[in-house]
Design a protein around this ligand. Structure first.
Ligand code: MN
Length: 207
């Protein structure tokens, strides 16, 4: 296995200070360079361990290894999605348009109703986790996914259109323990163009 077959911390599509005042430079910098980086490093360390064990045909604790791998890979992939579905205030925020807006209205009745359900999903995640907007390949329905940790309660195979991280590390510098205030702020920096683009991409995939 080549060393390139490992995870890499993606660059942010904006500057660390660009999401202020909804997400401060310090908060975003630590979140990206410390927390996200830790999942990249964690996943890569396990992959290297697996490579080594396979090379030597050595025994490993498969159950513990896969659990740890799922946590780290999930963390890396979800953060990679998150950075792209955020945008500086002005470019981000507001309401979605196009097909995404139609689907939201068809499924939830109104954007306001969707926003309320997504907010409640994010605020009520037990412990650490994520709220995600997904779409079912079988029914074509938008569905909210409330992920515990990075990998529990996931609908298998559903593409993710939008995520919000509600681990305390995502907001403790800016909002202390006030998760609901952070979730409210999120609506000002959602990159609806990106969410709409992901919808187009996954609707073109046949399932
Ligand atoms: Mn995070």
């Amino acid at each position: 296995m080549e060393p390139t077959k490992l995870y890499v911390l993606p660059q942010l599509p904006y500057g660390y200070g660009d999401l202020a005042p909804y997400m401060s430079e310090e908060q975003l910098r630590i979140h990206h360079t410390v927390h996200h980086q830790a999942y990249v490093n964690g996943a890569n360390a396990i992959l290297r361990r697996l490579d080594a064990a396979r090379k030597e045909n050595a025994d490993i604790d498969i159950k513990a290894t896969l659990k740890e791998l799922s946590w780290n890979v999930g963390g890396h992939l979800l953060h990679s999605l998150l950075w792209r579905n955020l945008a500086p205030p002005g470019k981000g925020g507001g309401k979605p348009g196009g097909k995404l807006a139609d689907l939201i209205e068809g499924e939830f009745g109104s954007f306001e109703r969707f926003r309320r359900e997504f907010t409640q999903a994010a605020v009520s995640v037990e412990g650490s986790g994520w709220a995600a907007l997904t779409i079912c390949g079988q029914t074509g329905r938008l569905m909210i996914m409330q992920v515990e940790k990075h990998n529990t309660n996931v609908y298998p195979t559903f593409p993710i259109l939008m995520v919000l991280d509600v681990f305390e590390h995502a907001y403790y510098i800016d909002y202390k323990n006030r998760r609901a205030d952070f979730v409210e702020a999120f609506w000002n920096i959602v990159n609806w163009d990106e969410v709409g683009k992901r919808l187009e991409e996954c609707m073109s995939i046949k399932r």
